[in-house]
Design a protein around this ligand. Structure first.
Ligand SMILES: Nc1ncnc2c1ncn2[C@@H]1O[C@H](COP(=O)(O)OP(=O)(O)OP(=O)(O)O)[C@@H](O)[C@H]1O
Length: 320
């Protein structure tokens, strides 16, 4: 059981419903449903899942870009929906910073990168004398002289992603929410970016919520992991246990693509079955029932609750 004082962010019964289609084809898509997890101080927690499983929708709700249909997000015990005063909201934004998939979209192409960084510093009430920009760049292995006076297009994707991590560090955050931060970065540089997350956790006590479809980096970098499937977290626990000894039939299906088996295998290529997405999302019972080798009658009508099996949470009737 986690001590609540160790928790930075926590979701409770988080749900997001989108209305999709138009006219007679209009229907509701429960993109995220009953999602419960927390990120502790000094840890890297990963939400992993194939494209379209609801990861980005979760991250947008955490950051306040999307309003949950149901459920709550708590930061250091406070419901973020109740942060009404600007000062409180700004405090939250200062402590919880985000890193996005495409670093070229993070920076305005017409502005010099350093001016962007200095503006962030100013926006949060710090002056140039505070040297936060220099310190943040140093934390990602860069020197201000390498960045000064240069435009975004003068950097590679990997360098620019480092700079966008530096931008996020200017406010000395407690938590970084990184949504697919390496998917646009050259494969050869991906490990250096995820290594940076480990360094930030170990040396600067920054926690990271790492959102990815890439199990190889997830396995390498995470302390704990939650596997998402069609809007639900279906298995969650210690990364070694979940990925090396999976209990949910869906996670078991993924086991073959786990890095040690073959580092070049791409998880998404094997299991991304786009045409099944809507059908599975609309299922009443377990969303994996249509593909599960162990399916039982009850799976088709009833969504399994969060059950415990061998030190992890698993949503599967096999473990009732
Ligand atoms: N604004 C929206 N309106 C309607 N449906 C949406 C909206 N945003 C997301 N969805 C749907 O919700 C589901 C979850 O999407 P989401 O983007 O959260 O998944 P994801 O796992 O982050 O995938 P990806 O990595 O491809 O972004 C998908 O079926 C998606 O089509």
């Amino acid at each position: 059981m986690t001590n609540s004082t160790e928790e930075l962010i926590r979701t409770e019964k988080l749900q997001k419903i989108f209305v999709v289609g138009g006219g007679f084809a209009r229907s509701k898509l429960v993109a995220v449903d009953d999602v419960n997890f927390h990120v502790k101080k000094n840890e890297i927690f990963t939400l992993a899942g194939e494209s379209g499983c609801g990861k980005s929708t979760v991250s947008k709700m955490l950051l306040g870009f999307l309003e949950p249909s149901e459920g709550n997000v708590y930061y250091k015990g406070k419901d973020v929906a109740n942060l009404k005063k600007w000062k409180e909201k700004k405090g939250f934004m200062k402590e919880v910073q985000s890193i996005f998939q495409n670093p070229f979209e993070t920076f305005n192409p017409l502005r010099k990168v350093d001016s962007y960084l200095y503006d962030t510093q100013k926006h949060y009430g710090m002056s140039k004398k505070d040297k936060m920009v220099e310190e943040a760049l140093e934390a990602v292995g860069l020197d201000i002289s390498e960045v000064k006076g240069r435009y975004p297009n003068e950097f590679s994707g990997g360098q620019l992603q480092r700079i966008s991590i530096a931008r996020a560090l200017i406010t000395r955050p407690s938590l970084l929410i990184a949504d697919e931060p390496v998917s646009m970065v050259d494969a050869s540089l991906r490990m250096s970016i995820v290594n940076l997350f480990k360094e930030l956790r170990d040396n600067r006590h920054v926690s990271v919520l790492y959102i990815t479809h890439d199990l190889a980096t997830a396995y390498y970098v995470s302390d704990r992991i939650g596997i998402m499937f069609r809007g639900n977290i279906i298995e969650m626990g210690d990364v070694e246990q979940v990925l090396m000894n999976p209990k949910h039939p869906y996670t078991q299906m993924l086991k073959e693509s786990i890095p040690e088996a073959d580092p070049n295998k791409k998880w998404t290529e094997r299991i991304s079955i786009k045409e099944l997405e809507t059908e599975e999302y609309m299922r009443k019972g377990c969303k994996f029932a249509g593909r599960c080798p162990y399916v039982m009658d009850k799976c088709k009508d009833n969504m399994p609750p969060e059950l415990q099996a061998e030190n992890r949470m698993v949503r599967c009737w096999l473990y009732e």
